[in-house]
Design a protein around this ligand. Structure first.
Ligand SMILES: Nc1nc2c(ncn2[C@@H]2O[C@H](COP(=O)(O)OP(=O)(O)OP(=O)(O)O)[C@@H](O)[C@H]2O)c(=O)[nH]1
Length: 577
């Protein structure tokens, strides 16, 4: 681990420990004061609750900052108070004596002495996500493809280049080895059977990887689909296996995963803890692991903190003044949008019954303090990842991976509200594949699906991160271009249209191309979501009516809303365009 980063983490941790040490006497004094007034107080239960919270916090924070000496006494005091509260036993002499004794032990501690030197973190925090994901996404990635059949090698390389990969085909293993020595590719696509032998492909990959430290990701492709071929491929370090004939769209998806084309958005974690030092400590650990955090020390502020944060997960303290973790979880569960938000308690509460009770209100897990940073990172990562997967299933279209119909409409509303506030332009573009029925009728539905997947990939790859792309339905797509006026949006869509028309599709040995038409409606000329959709749709139909393979801008004039009759697929060369 780089020492600079490690040192700064240690320094910040040290600062939080110092803050804990500085606050420790004050917390004990407050406990002493409450203890002295216990027998004469007007609301002994409330005072017992406050005392319980103080000892609980001391125990949890102390453990988090590595003060083991605090644990036994704080735990004993907390337990005695918990029992008194649970049994409604009130303030007994025994309880006061026990608390007094534990408090004396704590008051006698010298944390300053104990605190130095700081042992430092005993863990490695994974490196931050690279921040240049967007630039990298647009850069072409070098891939080697080796197949002794020159037609397959050329065809597949050509198709994959439409998906943003620079694919170099080789027809011999020797040529591949030679190229590998001079420049390392991001991935290799490898045939299995070569003139050298039935397993020559996997053997060559195993040999190449044996000579380097980090193996290059490899996808095997073969007309052999038997178990032993797949086993050999796995044993040679293959990451994926495609049976021939290879589908270029699927292969592109595999390459995306292997070359990490779309680095994931960092996880967004909200930390709720009434102890600012503990909250800061968790925040520091998670941010060092590349996550984005927001901290709230007051439960009543949590809804505001969640607003606009797009949290993947909430880490929540169990005992907080005025509003416990379970109460807060209940409040959130009753608010629109937070029903499925994962809530994980982080507490030094070890009693299984109380943990279970806290979970019953709809929380998702319990992490017990003290919590080693690497465990905190792993747990948060795992749960946030699962949340993302589930959420993605709900908001994305299964075929293309784009936002589904409902989601893109919701995003249109959200964009409109944000752009109204910031007085920013945006456009809605609706596009529709031309003569798509003919593609299905001529080449079959699965080939039609490939066209839709290829179009969605073109949109995802070429548009900016801030643009939002959804499958509006069937062969129609909706794109929200933030910050663009109508003319700018038209030039972007025209460029995309030209790119897409270049993509070669192959079916039954026939090459064909597809095109799309588009309609653009600009905000604030059309100022509601439904007016935008309506206007973009009408402009789209004008584009269809006036020849297809073109993009039109919506005007305020009334236009006919009916689709023109679809023309039959053009003959000659199998062109669907
Ligand atoms: N393969 C495939 N086809 C789909 C899907 N969703 C809708 N379709 C087909 O898309 C076709 C749309 O055809 P039409 O609306 O007649 O229009 P078109 O042939 O694209 O002609 P124009 O839009 O007038 O250029 C229909 O045949 C639908 O069955 C899908 O998910 N996959």
């Amino acid at each position: 681990m780089a020492s600079g980063k490690n040192e700064s983490f240690r320094e910040r941790k040290q600062r939080l420990r110092q803050s804990f040490i500085a606050q420790f006497p004050g917390r004990l004094a407050r406990a002493r004061e409450l203890l002295a007034g216990l027998t004469s107080g007007t609301d002994p239960r409330a005072e017992l609750e406050t005392l319980h919270l103080i000892f609980h916090t001391i125990k949890g924070s102390g453990a988090s900052f590595g003060f083991d000496s605090i644990n036994a006494s704080a735990k004993a005091a907390e337990q005695a108070l918990r029992e008194a509260l649970d049994q409604n036993a009130g303030v007994t002499e025994r309880l006061i004596l026990d608390l007094d004794q534990e408090l004396r032990t704590l008051e006698a501690l010298d944390l300053v002495l104990e605190a130095s030197p700081d042992p430092g973190p005993s863990f490695e925090i994974p490196a931050r996500q690279a921040a240049d994901g967007c630039t990298r996404e647009r850069r072409q990635r070098l891939v080697y493809l080796c197949d002794d059949d020159p037609i397959i090698a050329q065809e597949l390389s050509g198709q994959l280049s439409c998906f943003g990969y620079q694919v170099i085909p080789f027809v011999t293993l020797d040529a591949l080895r030679h190229a590998f020595l001079s420049e390392r590719p991001r991935a290799i696509i490898m045939d299995v059977v070569f003139p050298e032998g039935l397993d020559a492909g996997p053997a060559a990959i195993a040999a190449l990887n044996a000579s380097i430290e980090r193996p290059v990701p490899c996808v095997f492709m073969s007309s052999r689909n038997d178990f032993s071929a797949r086993l050999r491929a796995v044993q040679s370090g293959g990451n994926a296996y495609c049976a021939k004939p290879v589908n270029a769209v699927e292969m592109a998806e595999i390459l995306d995963q292997l070359t990490n084309r779309n680095p994931p958005e960092p996880y967004h974690i909200l930390i709720v803890d009434d102890d600012p030092d503990v909250a800061q400590f968790f925040s520091m650990v998670l941010e060092e692991a590349g996550m984005v955090t927001r901290v709230s020390n007051e439960p009543e502020r949590v809804p505001d903190a969640l607003d606009g944060f797009d949290a993947d997960l909430v880490l929540m303290d169990l005992y907080m003044p005025n509003c416990s973790g379970p109460d807060l979880a209940r409040v959130l569960r009753q608010m629109p949008g937070y029903l499925g938000l994962p809530i994980i308690y982080v507490s030094s509460e070890t009693n299984a019954d109380r943990q279970f009770k806290a979970l019953e209100v709809g929380a998702d897990g319990f992490l017990t303090k003290p919590l080693a940073p690497e465990r905190l990172i792993a747990e948060v990562h795992l749960r946030a990842e699962r949340m993302r997967t589930l959420r993605s299933l709900m908001i994305r279209d299964g075929l293309t991976g784009l936002f589904n119909h409902n989601t893109i409409l919701q995003l249109l509303e959200v964009t409109k509200a944000a752009c109204r506030r910031s007085q920013t332009n945006f456009c809605l573009a609706m596009i529709d594949v031309d003569h798509f029925k003919s593609v299905n009728d001529t080449y079959g539905h699965p080939v039609g699906d490939q066209v839709l997947m290829a179009l969605s990939r073109t949109l995802r790859l070429r548009l900016r991160e801030v643009d939002l792309v959804g499958r509006y339905g069937g062969e129609e797509f909706a794109i929200i271009l933030v910050g663009a006026d109508a003319e700018h949006a038209k030039s972007i869509m025209d460029e995309l249209r030209a790119d897409f028309a270049e993509v070669s599709f192959f079916a039954d040995g026939v090459e064909f191309h597809c095109a799309f038409s588009g309609g653009i409606a600009a905000y604030p000329q059309f100022s509601t979501a439904s007016a935008l959709v309506d206007a973009a749709d009408r402009a789209l139909y004008r584009a269809k009516r006036t020849g297809r393979n073109r993009v039109e801008i919506a005007t305020n004039t009334t236009e006919p809303a009916n689709m023109p009759p679809a023309e039959p697929i053009s003959s000659g060369g199998g062109e669907a365009q």
